[in-house]
Design a protein around this ligand. Structure first.
Ligand SMILES: *[C@@H]1O[C@H](CO)[C@@H](O)[C@H](O)[C@H]1NC(C)=O
Ligand SMILES: *[C@@H]1O[C@H](CO)[C@@H](O)[C@H](O)[C@H]1NC(C)=O
Length: 202
């Protein structure tokens, strides 16, 4: 399970034909209670991007908010995440070319804490930062789950998948096929995580 703990959603306004920054006028066929509604085919998403992000993950034992800058380099097979939070500053490099059959990914983590030398750690982890491939929603048979008003980006389409067959993940995609965030929950520890992207360059 890559998503040890990641993905949430806000109900979409029904009369959502108007435009917001994230969504040029939405098609009426995308609006759930419109007579013209028809489930769209899942889109290809842009899989080479950088973005600022904020992520909140919580479960029975923790509540962790972090923010930073992420690079999703699907063609090169890596995700790089620079973060600042209560643990200090960290650089996390996830090498998705080196993944175990259980789905654990090679992570090199460099941490900077006050009054300490930088620490480098490497090992396999359950990543909160999956690698997004352009055909991911298509190959996983994503279900359209409506238009959603998201912080920072406005009205966008939501698509839900079962990540690795076990973790329900909802992704948010704007009209330009840019991924603007993802939410998930995992029942085991009652874990929930919500991740928002902004300042996206794709
Ligand atoms: C979560 O907290 C409970 C109660 O303190 C503890 O028994 C359990 O081991 C913790 N689980 C994890 C994964 O830390
Ligand atoms: C794969 O990842 C593991 C765990 O981090 C690491 O020990 C190993 O050197 C990596 N192998 C390659 C070929 O990079």
């Amino acid at each position: 399970m890559h998503f040890s703990a990641i993905f949430g959603s806000v109900l979409a306004p029904l009369a959502a034909a108007t435009s917001h920054s994230g969504c040029a006028p939405c098609k009426s066929s995308q609006i759930e209670f419109a007579s013209t509604f028809k489930q769209p085919e899942p889109p290809r998403i842009k899989h080479e991007f950088t973005a600022s992000f904020v992520q909140h993950k919580w479960n029975v034992n923790l509540s962790h908010i972090t923010q930073g800058y992420i690079t999703n380099a699907a063609s090169k097979g890596f995700v790089a995440v620079n973060q600042a939070n209560e643990d200090g500053l960290s650089l996390s490099f996830f090498d998705y070319k080196n993944v175990t059959k259980e789905g654990l990914v090679d992570n090199t983590l460099t941490t900077y804490r006050p009054n300490d030398k930088p620490q480098v750690w490497r090992g396999y982890v359950n990543s909160n930062f999956p690698i997004f491939q352009d055909d991911m929603l298509i190959t996983s048979g994503a279900v359209y789950t409506g238009m959603v008003d998201r912080d920072f980006v406005g009205l966008v389409a939501s698509w839900s998948i079962m990540y690795q067959g076990v973790i329900p993940v909802t992704t948010y995609v704007d009209n330009d096929n840019k991924l603007v965030g993802y939410d998930y929950f995992a029942p085991e520890l009652r874990t929930r995580a919500t991740t928002r992207f902004y300042n996206i360059k794709a």
